[in-house]
Design a protein around this ligand. Structure first.
Ligand code: NAD
Length: 297
């Protein structure tokens, strides 16, 4: 695909993968719709991409807000028409034992990670299909950001796992559904492993009071922070890989293909009706550390 002059829409564009995707898109001459809930991060991303020569339409909103997403989609349709590249990327991380996850945390994490993607898909896919019907040469691609936690279920991060499994399911279904009606729109699901971004400080954008974290939530936050900080693959590399995967129409995009062993094990557990294996088995003594910390040993 020739990107110059086409439109890329990126949610969570103020930091991490979203910011790196915006940098590449600006470099490719795409016009950018940049969305983020954090206004200072969004402002600085917008200023940077404009300085790089990109035309930018910014929207400071929460992807979980259906009405705000709908108003934004109507503005985009009026001003620039359907996006050619749609990155439903905004997401937040939260941990803790699954029964300790509060109702507010379920609503926050599912609201951003799952409903944010739902809104992107339900608002923009019909617009993209209409553009494709009008012009047989029109091409589009949707990338939803899930996680390796959408393919395996590490302990002490249940709300995040559930949200990301739902994104994988939604995106596989989107692929099948689109295949029924068009060959002009591709779909991918990005499944990163731990990468140093702002994800371990997601609480910065949590709406409402967060309440006092439980021991398991503190341990989860600490482990997530250490794991992402130790990540050897950069967010910029993942964004480059994502653009390459779009160009070659790959469905599953992995930041760390070597970490797929635990996915393989999980699939065998499912097929052979075994007890779920430890998803941390390939990560030294992480499970033992987690057990000891939770038991106060
Ligand atoms: N970094 C990792 O290790 C990792 C691993 C797997 C998956 N992911 C996923 O990658 C995606 C991007 O996260 P990241 O790692 O770049 O983290 P990040 O915190 O650096 O970036 C996320 C961006 O989303 C924005 N955001 C948060 N809530 C929002 C909301 N309600 N509406 C709009 N924007 C909102 C934040 O302000 C931030 O700019 C997320 O979906 C995350 O779950 C990250």
């Amino acid at each position: 695909m020739q990107w110059r002059g086409k439109v890329a829409l990126i949610t969570g564009a103020g930091s991490g993968f979203g910011l790196e995707l915006a940098r590449i898109a600006a470099g490719e001459g795409l016009r950018l719709v940049l969305i983020d809930v954090q206004s200072d991060a969004l402002d600085s991303a917008v200023a940077e991409q404009r300085a790089a020569g990109a035309e930018v339409l910014p929207f400071c909103l929460s992807v979980a807000d259906a009405a705000a997403m709908q108003a934004m989609a109507q503005t985009i349709e009026r001003q620039w028409g359907a996006p050619h590249l749609l990155f439903n990327n905004a997401g937040v991380g939260a941990g803790g034992l699954i029964w300790e996850t509060s109702l507010e945390d379920w609503q926050w994490v599912l609201g951003v990670n799952l409903m944010g993607v739902v809104h992107g898909v339900r608002l923009f896919t019909p617009m993209m299909l209409a553009a494709a019907r009008q012009d047989p040469a029109w091409r589009g691609h949707i990338v939803n950001t899930a996680s390796m936690a959408g393919l395996v279920n590490p302990p002490n991060m249940g709300v995040y796992n559930a949200s990301k499994h739902a994104v994988v399911s939604l995106t596989e279904t989107l692929h099948h559904d689109l295949q029924l009606v068009t060959t002009q729109i591709g779909v991918s699901v990005l499944c990163p492993f731990f990468v140093a971004t702002g994800i371990s400080q997601s609480q910065r954008n949590r709406p409402g009071p967060s309440g006092k974290p439980t021991l398991s939530q503190k341990i989860g936050a600490d482990m997530m922070h250490k794991a992402v900080q130790a990540g050897k693959v950069s967010a910029a590399e993942v964004a480059r890989k994502t653009f390459a995967a779009v160009a070659s129409n790959e469905f599953y995009i992995y930041s760390h293909p070597k970490a797929l062993g635990s996915v393989h094990e999980r699939m065998r557990d499912v097929l052979e009706s075994r007890q779920p294996a430890d998803p941390f088995a390939g990560r030294g003594d992480v499970r033992e550390q987690l057990k000891a910390a939770l038991r106060g040993e």
